[in-house]
Design a protein around this ligand. Structure first.
Ligand code: CP
Length: 304
């Protein structure tokens, strides 16, 4: 039985396969409409979500399956003190596959050790978000036509942004990838990502706090929000939350084929005037999320 806890659980070949299936689903959805008949997906969300939970549910429904679950810990027996392990054991009796989001780093891994059905990490604390990364890779593949030879700017909260950590981990496996890491001093990428992932894989990267300094070199600009829920004090959050606001003037030197991505939700970090720019891909990116999750559900349920 396979789980998806970390993006490294999938080989590059398996990711390519998922992207191929997701593109086929987009092209011929009718072929997939009954693939998961009589299968049930449980979405256990101990933390808020719009895209991840609903795209998982839409994915299973469009595969002809059923969905059940909860969207907040308060409406589950977690509020009465039930452990994650017990919850997983029970829900595994009602479903064939579980997508789980939890504020504690490592909780989906612990769940996978107890589970009788595949577990998908739908985001664990400030750690990982592998299905967002699959979404990002499908977006890059569709919008740029390749996953190699790219200079990627990552901007915003690189410390707590789990989507950034997973995306770097995935992208270093492709050839000729360079990163421009744009953040305020307090929200720099964690040392373990630099040492264990970037430096170990001999990846070229620059750290800067200036969003415009390397704009002309970027093929992808991946904006992120400052993760309010991970801050220990409100004062620091308020000081940093509007550090970057991408607007038309900041894009003046950008390439004409730049792809602007954002995992969403957006707060203030991209001005709405950018939404009409043909380089803005973030709403398309959210739509791609459903197709790659359809491909992932099929893979983990071993449905051809
Ligand atoms: N990108 C993402 O994880 O969005 P949600 O928090 O709305 O699921």
């Amino acid at each position: 039985m396979r789980n998806l806890i970390d993006i490294k659980d999938l080989t590059v070949e398996e990711i390519d396969e998922l992207i191929t299936v997701a593109k086929d689903v987009m092209q011929s959805p009718e072929k997939y409409a009954e693939k998961c008949k009589h299968k049930t997906l449980a979405t256990l969300f101990f933390e808020p979500s719009t895209r991840t939970r609903l795209s998982f549910e839409a994915a299973m429904l469009e595969l002809g399956g059923n969905v059940l679950g909860f969207s907040e810990a308060a409406s589950s027996s977690t509020a009465k003190g039930e452990s994650v392990s017990d919850t997983i054991k029970v829900v595994g009796g009602y479903s064939n596959i579980i997508a789980m989001r939890h504020p504690k780093e490592g909780a989906p891994l612990v769940a996978s050790l107890k589970s009788d059905v595949p577990i998908i990490n739908a985001g664990d604390g400030g750690h990982n978000h592998p299905t967002q990364t699959l979404t990002d890779l499908l977006t890059i593949s569709c919008e740029k036509g390749r996953l190699d030879n790219l200079t990627i700017g990552l901007c915003g909260d690189l410390k707590f942004g789990r989507t950034v950590h997973s995306l770097i981990t995935a992208m270093v496996r492709y050839s000729n990838i360079k990163f421009v890491l744009i953040s305020p001093e307090e929200l720099k990428i964690p040392e373990y990502i630099k040492e264990e992932i970037l430096e170990k894989n001999h990846i070229e990267y620059i750290e800067t706090s200036d969003i415009e300094e390397h704009m002309d070199k970027l093929d992808i600009l991946y904006m992120t929000r400052v993760q309010k829920e991970r801050f220990f004090n409100e004062e620091d959050y308020v000081r940093l939350k509007d550090y970057y606001i991408l607007n038309k003037s900041k894009l003046e030197k950008a390439k004409s084929d730049l792809a602007i991505l954002h995992p969403l939700p957006r707060v203030n970090e991209i001005a709405t005037e950018v939404d009409d720019d043909p380089r803005a891909c973030y709403f398309k990116q959210a739509r791609y999320g459903k197709f790659i999750r359809m491909a992932l559900i099929l893979k983990l349920l071993e449905i051809k």
